[in-house]
Design a protein around this ligand. Sequence first.
Ligand code: HEM
Length: 424
Amino acid sequence: MDLHTSPGTADQGGTIDLKNPDLYVQGVPHETFAWLRANDPVHWNPEVDGAGFWALTRHEDIVQVSTDPETFSSARANGGHRIFNEDEAADPSVEASMISMDPPHHVDYRRMIMGGFTPPRLRDMEAGIRARANVLIDAMIVEQAASGEPIDFVASFSAPYAIQTLAELFGVSAADGDKLFEWSNAVVGEDDPELRSSQDYINACIQEMAIYSMGLWQLREQTPGDDLISMLVRSAKDGTDLPMQRYLATFILLVVAGNETTRNSITGGLIALDQNPDQRAALIADASLLPHAAQEIVRYISPVMHMRRTATRDVAIGGKTIRAGDKVVMWYGSGNRDEAVFDAPDQFDIRRTAPRNGAPAAAGRHLGFGFGQHVCLGQRLAELQLKVAFETLFQRLPNLKPVNAPRRLRSNFINGIKSQMVTF
Ligand code: HEM
């Protein structure tokens, strides 16, 4: 049956299931999203294992929800920020982190670490990020020379690059990055049979993170620095309430939030540039395009595919009535290809700067980092990493090229690439 032309399309809720992770194994189903935007932009998506949810696919509706946390809650007690109900699934020994909180508490916790992502702090980090890119490229050259075969870009570059930056944010050694990497991978990848961890293993990782993060806390109490852990210690000393369980939750959030997202945007960006040789040539010829390219990569790839909210009152979105208690899921990859906002949205265009004429003000922004109350705290850091990665990679490996198709993650949440072989 053709999913898009079956009878009764306006109410064909049963046939499109955006929650099914199999839908994403061959790539993001952009045609399905385009159909939804045109025909059923606020789509009721039944669930096999739940009460169902509203799937938002238009930029405008996602902005409405993201900027109204009073009506659209992220709080764990109301279900949290994931498509499943966090209040039922979460490990009760780990408190909710800021991403699963609403104002005013959300603002307090966000403020504690905002200082880690300011422009001066990022300027200080840039040289270290560039040095790490160079060390990884050195190792790629040795690896390929030794084997004479294509090598895996994810394992050799994008994964260690992202995780080592996280290690720097925490002020720990790159060697500790291996632990952060293992823990982060254990907590995500829940729908991929190749990566899915047993609950015992996830619990063991959480225990290890608790012990490790407590050790770091004690170290920073004795010897403070300008890293994120020192900032949290300072906030607690300054009188901000930070129970240890909330500290652990913040630690886990940072480990998870900055890892896969950055990794997949770099790998996805490499593939997008390869598929658009004119854009790649323009970028190599003109380094001033790098900041635009970083933004366009995140729009085009949308490494986080959705976030969820729960309505706290009856409210209308796009002409549909959402009832208090209903789950609302915002599909960023679709909002980022909304033709009402972006000209030629399916085209990868590193010169893209302005929104489409006549689009509302918020439309100037892509939604790859979310929007509004919970907009990504690490967005400038992620863009910096993308910029430095492509600048360094193309300078040193001008013939860097993906070979064969990537191996994709089975997930409705992360637009993930498990491996991508390359030559150079
Ligand atoms: C390309 C890379 C990245 C993408 C696509 C991305 C995407 C997102 C998105 C969509 C949200 C919104 C969550 C919501 O509305 O519920 C978010 C929040 C967040 N991100 Fe990122 N992120 C990236 C990199 C990073 C990095 C490098 C860090 C830090 C190391 C980070 C830390 C956070 C934190 C702490 C939040 C929660 C903010 C809050 O609840 O107020 N992210 N991110």
